[in-house]
Design a protein around this ligand. Structure first.
Ligand code: PLP
Length: 398
């Protein structure tokens, strides 16, 4: 067989061996996303987790760990740092030292730790909007001032407004919170885009926190460029946040990590989390190890399925929802839909009445938009889209 035939055969084998189509009821799985609509005919597509079981190797590892029956405070399994180092090398050509890894129970706590760890009260934390709401909440919670710079659009995609960023940061700006891939706009930033931002970060002596939790879910073929890989002077000021949680659908197991090369930044980060951030979950560690060591075939099949779902959403929005639009989703399983043409201030409320729960854009500083999570079996997605059509038709008739 030629190489490409082998590749096709292998890919087909992958698809046959993983099932993302079966619909599982999540009503009895203590799901945050589903509990809000218990007893109501509403399809929840707001919180960013997926309605798929985690990969087999993770389930097997968890079963084995549960069999041990003892769940004291955890430290990272010995093999885990090596597995993470290998993942960074293979996926992102990033050579990290195991000592740079700081284990955490989540990325959101880390965003808050970063805001607390660096600079003084009243200093500014800068970020680009629309953005995942904890980016907006963390700075004021830690005595810092939030400065937001709207993303701008270029060639049908969102990108950084570099000029505005350069001119609006002030002498008090201390921290830059980046999100790459960017929730909610689905951008996988190109090297040249982050380079321009990082250059300014270096010139203005900012601490850069790069939330890359979605980096293993690239749908457009990639590559994902971790901010810290742009060069030594960038790595020396960057805190990278990652986790297996989105990719392998284990966010309820509370395991994430920061990668911090600079020892001084790392010490300050660890000090700032003392007493408030809990230990990493013992089962989260087990899942994390199994994910990065044995989860790759499942991840590849998942990406393929999510691409299919993304295409279904994109086609549907452009053909069936007049006036609504969305950009290409390069990464994540989140579609950012422009619903401003409906002329309603909170479009998510309208869609909820028609049986689909979406995240309202206002929460992200994107008024008139909605965020739709397509990490679900396709039959559910198709039903939800049909309900959106009825909602839009309803507005047309009103
Ligand atoms: C950009 C981003 N950061 C962090 C999180 C959540 O991180 P965690 O559950 O590890 O706190 C999400 C979840 O949607 C996210 O999209």
């Amino acid at each position: 067989m030629t190489a490409w035939r082998e590749a096709v055969a292998f890919t087909s084998f992958l698809h046959m061996s993983f099932d993302f189509d079966t619909v599982y009821s999540r009503h009895d799985t203590d799901s945050l996303k589903w509990a809000r609509y218990r007893g109501r005919d509403v399809i929840p597509m707001w919180v960013a987790d997926m309605d798929f079981p985690s990969p087999g190797p993770i389930l097997a590892a968890l079963h084995q760990r549960v069999e041990q029956g003892i769940f004291g405070y955890a430290s990272a399994p010995q093999e885990l740092a090596e597995v993470v180092v290998a993942w960074m090398r293979e996926k992102y050509r990033w050579e990290i030292d195991p000592s740079w890894i700081v284990w955490l129970p989540g990325v959101v706590p880390a965003l808050n730790v970063v805001c607390r760890a660096y600079g003084d009260e009243g200093d500014e934390v800068v970020t680009f909007t629309p953005i995942y709401p904890p980016f907006l909440a963390a700075p004021p919670r830690c005595g810092k001032t939030l400065r937001t710079i709207p993303l701008r659009r270029e060639d049908g995609l969102y990108t950084f407004d570099v000029e505005r960023f350069a001119s609006e940061i002030s002498a008090r700006s201390r921290i830059l919170l980046l999100c790459n891939p960017h929730n909610p706009v689905g951008r996988r930033y190109e090297r040249r885009e982050i380079e321009r931002i990082a250059e300014i970060g270096v010139a203005r002596d900012l601490v850069i926190c790069s939330d890359e939790i979605h980096c293993d879910l690239i749908l457009d073929g990639g590559p994902h460029v971790p901010t810290a890989t742009l060069g030594p002077e960038v790595s020396a000021r960057t805190i990278t946040l990652m986790a297996p949680s989105k990719t392998f659908n284990v966010p309820g197991l509370n395991c994430a990590f920061a990668i911090i090369e600079n020892a001084d930044l790392r010490t300050k980060f660890k000090k700032a989390r003392e007493g408030t951030v809990p230990h990493t979950n013992v089962l989260g560690f087990t899942a994390c190890l199994a994910a990065y060591r044995d989860g790759e075939p499942w991840r590849l099949a998942l990406i393929d399925y999510l691409r299919g779902n993304r295409d279904v959403v994109r086609e549907f929005v452009s053909r069936e929802l007049p006036g609504l639009s969305m950009d290409d989703v390069q990464a994540t399983y989140l579609a950012w839909i422009d619903a401003r043409a409906l002329g309603v201030s909170r479009p998510a409320r309208l869609f909820e009445k028609f049986g689909v729960a979406l995240f309202d854009g206002a929460e992200f500083r994107g008024e008139g938009f909605v965020r739709l999570n397509f990490g679900c079996p396709r039959s559910i997605l198709v039903e939800a889209l049909d309900r959106l059509r009825r909602a839009v038709q309803g507005v047309g008739k009103a």
